[in-house]
Design a protein. Structure first.
Length: 224
């Protein structure tokens, strides 16, 4: 069973998502939070696989709640999907930086929401939709306009030339199978390269690899 935690300050939104998820044989709603602080507390207690996190909530916003959950050593297997009504909400930029696996607009079609939960629970990230790519590009452009104390560029010196190629393709949104086809590798070899990127770059999932690929210039905004 995939354990899901809902965090949204609107009771009607929580009820709708809860009913949709609970009707699935492989999904279980383990808690509902009305604010970010409650979301963190419930996550620590219930240890969900996936948290659906609103970004604008009382007491503690979704950005800080996401950061606390994803830096908690007992929640290393928990993934966060950010929910928003705004395509380019500033909070979402911060959530991606904090390690969220992707974001969804609240008016998403039910089948797409269910698919997203399953994809993230499996360790993947929500990177395929055009909207997500545009958001990450805007996020990186915004991040470049302000000083950042991170040292991702130095981290890239630890990568082999092949790993840099793979990171570039991950940044462009390619799946492991597509990377294998592009570089003429076996699917297992492509998967191994991606796993090494996670370890060397201390990334939780592909969303962080994509952000890193943009931030370091391996992928240029607008590039296909």
């Amino acid at each position: 069973m995939i354990r899901v935690l809902l965090a949204d300050d609107q009771a009607l939104v929580r009820a709708g998502f809860s009913a949709l998820l609970a009707a699935q044989p492989d999904l279980e709603v383990v808690g509902e939070a009305a604010d970010g602080l409650e979301a963190v507390e419930l996550a620590q207690r219930e240890r969900p696989h996936v948290v659906l996190m609103d970004v604008r909530m009382p007491r503690l916003d979704g950005l800080e709640a996401t950061r606390r959950i994803l830096t908690d050593p007992v929640l290393t297997r928990t993934r966060v999907i950010v929910l928003t009504t705004f395509e380019l909400d500033d909070y979402v930029f911060g959530a991606l930086r904090a390690g969220a696996s992707g974001f969804l607009l609240k008016d998403i079609d039910p089948p797409d929401l269910l698919a997203a939960v399953r994809v993230v629970a499996a360790g993947e990230a929500l990177l395929a939709p055009r909207l997500t790519r545009r958001l990450i590009e805007a996020f990186v452009e915004q991040a470049r306009s302000t000083p950042a104390p991170v040292t991702e560029r130095e981290e890239l010196t630890e990568l082999t030339p092949r790993e840099r190629e793979v990171l570039t393709l991950v940044g462009r949104g390619l799946s492991n199978a597509e990377i294998a086809d592009t570089l003429i590798l076996s699917p297992l070899t492509a998967k191994t390269h991606v796993a090494r990127l996670f370890a060397k770059l201390d990334a939780r999932d592909r969303a962080q690899l994509v952000v890193l690929a943009y931030e370091t210039g391996l992928v240029v905004p607008g590039q296909t």
